[in-house]
Design a protein around this ligand. Structure first.
Ligand code: HEC
Length: 281
């Protein structure tokens, strides 16, 4: 990253990071979500909350128009088709994913990640899929593997299109996991000493080199994404990429740290419609 860009980004770090990170410690998730929205809408009064699902595209009408054109005939349809076949192929015992996931796997993606009291930890949709596999005598997929989880969820999540994100944080253990994810989101890290919030809160709508930075609200509703055409990227793989951008060592995909981060980060999108999968640059 160029010196100039870093200076520009650092200049944008007002007291708000601290305000959001510290003043709202122990705020309820709903208060946190409202505070994020208040911050973004004060800064960008012309952008409607519903448009935050478009990420950085919400700030750039030309890119949004290109996106709309690409989305009419998505270049990654064959990959979704692969996922559909995986979804429909029965396990060796004759059962299917639809048999073991809640509601046949439909309109459920917005409930994940969820806090599982019995397990005492956050369960992502990928975890629920693996639980389903192992309960049926199949091998678990490797965390974050795009050829398995990637394709499968690219299709499976389409079954939840239109569902509103609905992350629940209830009880002290769930709250602790949420707070842990929030801490990761606000912690400065890497050689560049940036937090997720440095870019996706304070600098949302700002251009970093050639890229406009997206707001964190709306981030979690549209995964996996297909970058540049057919390069599938899952949400936690995107986190990994962002950790690397600031030259930090990323936590492992599906680690407690990553799953708690996904829990907090997804709850910021509560109330926004799910849409799988989308094109990104
Ligand atoms: C140095 C700035 C920077 C930091 C720090 C950073 N990101 Fe990003 N992030 C970007 C850029 C640039 C993009 C690509 C443009 C965009 O969509 O915002 C991006 C994209 C994303 C996206 C994809 C958005 C979409 O709709 O496709 C997610 C999700 C994301 N970042 C989450 C995170 C999380 C979580 C962290 C903290 C672990 C983080 N980022 C840290 C700069 C950053």
């Amino acid at each position: 990253m160029k010196q100039q860009t870093i200076a520009k980004l650092l200049a944008g770090l007002t007291g708000l990071g601290i305000a959001l990170g510290v003043a709202t410690a122990h705020a309820t998730p709903e208060q946190d979500r409202q505070e994020f929205i208040k911050y973004y809408t004060a800064k960008y009064p012309n952008i409607k909350l519903d448009d935050y699902v478009y990420g950085a595209l919400a700030f750039d009408a030309d890119s949004k128009a290109q996106y709309d054109a690409i989305m009419e005939f998505p270049p990654y349809e064959s990959q979704i088709e692969k996922g559909r076949k995986m979804w429909e192929t029965p396990f060796k015992n004759g059962k299917t994913y639809a048999d073991c996931l809640p509601n046949g796997g439909k309109q459920i993606a917005g409930n994940y990640p969820m806090f599982d009291e019995a397990k005492g930890k956050v369960v992502t949709l990928e975890n629920a899929i693996n639980d389903c596999r192992t309960a049926n005598g199949e091998e678990a997929f490797k965390p974050g593997d795009k050829n398995t989880f990637g394709f499968l969820t690219a299709y499976m999540r389409t079954l939840s299109d239109g569902m509103l994100m609905n992350i629940k944080v209830e009880g002290p253990k769930a709250m602790a996991a949420y707070e842990d994810g929030k801490k990761t989101f606000f912690a400065r890290k890497g050689q560049l000493n940036f937090a997720c919030a440095s870019c996706h809160v304070q600098n949302a709508g700002v251009r970093l080199r050639s890229e406009l930075i997206s707001p964190a609200v709306g981030h979690a509703v549209h995964w996996p994404v297909f970058r540049g055409g057919d390069n599938l990227v899952t949400l936690q793989n995107r986190y990994t990429g962002c950790f690397k951008q600031v030259r930090a060592v990323p936590p492992a995909v599906n680690s407690v740290t990553m799953n708690n981060l996904e829990y907090f980060h997804s709850s910021l999108s509560n109330g926004l419609p799910m849409k799988a999968s989308v094109f990104r640059k």
